[in-house]
Design a protein around this ligand. Structure first.
Ligand code: GLY
Length: 314
């Protein structure tokens, strides 16, 4: 707000302001979003569709429903549109756009089920056209970097902008100061420029002299997770069939596996990422799922519809 970066209209409240929080909700009406200000592993958000639901969410949050993360609440306007992510590499003063992607946060096909860390992603996100990317860089990323430098906190590293593409243009939902997972597994396989040189360029404040080169390909990454994720799940189940799958256009990223003897075992919630590359998104998707189908892991699951939004657009 201080730097006029387009975002949702919002106010923050602590437990001491409970009555003010309720009054704000009554005045704003619904839909409205109630968020924990702290980190809550993706579980700190309620999108309330009625005022009663919003008031109940505020009361629950102020009673400790979000844990310590909810000591401060953010109550904000419900932005309507399509979500997309843009990544920027920053050197304190300059930012280079380093890819766009769309994640799939819900556990099951059709965007059903609980929120997860992300069940699959594709890059680029064609919904972020070149014109929109330039708009995001001009109105969101560069003003953020300039504002941070001006306020004495120049930022070096990855900025991950979570965006809502609203009828009024792209708005910033949140920043993470890291790459996305699984977005990274779809963005970086397309990058031809040496990542090490880019990271050194960021450290040296030289990004304005650097250009990115990309493979003219689409990438789509499917997450294979342990059954039960994002709830409780078993560890130590055996995964077969990963040998010999990788090629120039099929990459396998191990997120939560371990080797024991000659066996590959699951050792986490999100366990494997299977990334396919193709000249079209449909081709990338077909490659990824053909590899998924060769992996024999009865205790795992994945979504079968990664990429649906873009593929449906045709
Ligand atoms: N995939 C979402 C995240 O990395 O936060």
């Amino acid at each position: 707000t201080r730097h006029n970066i387009p975002t949702a209209r919002y106010r923050t409240f602590t437990q001491a302001d409970a009555e003010a929080a309720r009054a704000y909700v009554r005045a704003e009406g619904a839909p409205i979003v109630i968020k924990a200000d702290g980190l809550a592993a993706g579980k700190g958000v309620v999108v309330a569709t009625t005022p009663a639901e919003a008031l109940a969410a505020v009361d629950d949050a102020l009673a400790g429903g979000f844990g310590a993360a909810g000591a401060t609440l953010v109550i904000e306007e419900c932005l309507v549109g399509e979500e997309a992510s843009l990544f920027a590499l920053c050197d304190g003063r300059h930012a280079l756009e380093i890819g766009t992607a769309q994640d799939h946060k819900r556990a099951f096909d059709g965007d059903q089920g609980p929120n997860t860390g992300g069940m699959g992603a594709y890059s680029p996100a064609p919904v972020l056209t070149d014109a929109l990317v330039e708009q995001v860089m001009a109105r969101i990323i560069r003003p953020t970097l300039a504002g941070m430098a001006e306020e004495g906190h120049p930022f070096t590293g990855f900025l991950y902008a979570g965006l809502m593409l609203t009828a009024d243009g792209p708005k910033l939902i949140e920043y993470n100061v890291r790459f996305g997972d699984p977005e990274c597994q779809a963005v970086l396989p397309r990058l031809m420029t040496d990542l090490c040189q880019l990271l050194l360029g960021a450290l040296d404040g030289q990004l304005h002299h650097m250009n990115l080169r990309w493979l003219p390909l689409h990438a789509l990454s499917v997450v294979m997770a342990a059954k039960g994720y994002p709830g409780s799940y078993a560890k130590g189940t055996e995964i077969r069939g990963t040998e010999g799958l990788e090629s120039d256009d099929l990459l396998l990223f191990h997120a939560g596996t371990r080797r024991e003897g000659g066996r590959l075992l699951a050792h986490g919630g999100r366990v494997l990422n299977v990334t396919g590359l193709g000249t079209t998104l449909a081709e990338a998707q077909a490659r990824a799922y053909a590899a998924v189908d060769r992996i024999d892991w009865p205790d795992g699951f994945c979504r079968r519809d990664i990429g649906w939004r873009e593929l449906q657009r045709g």
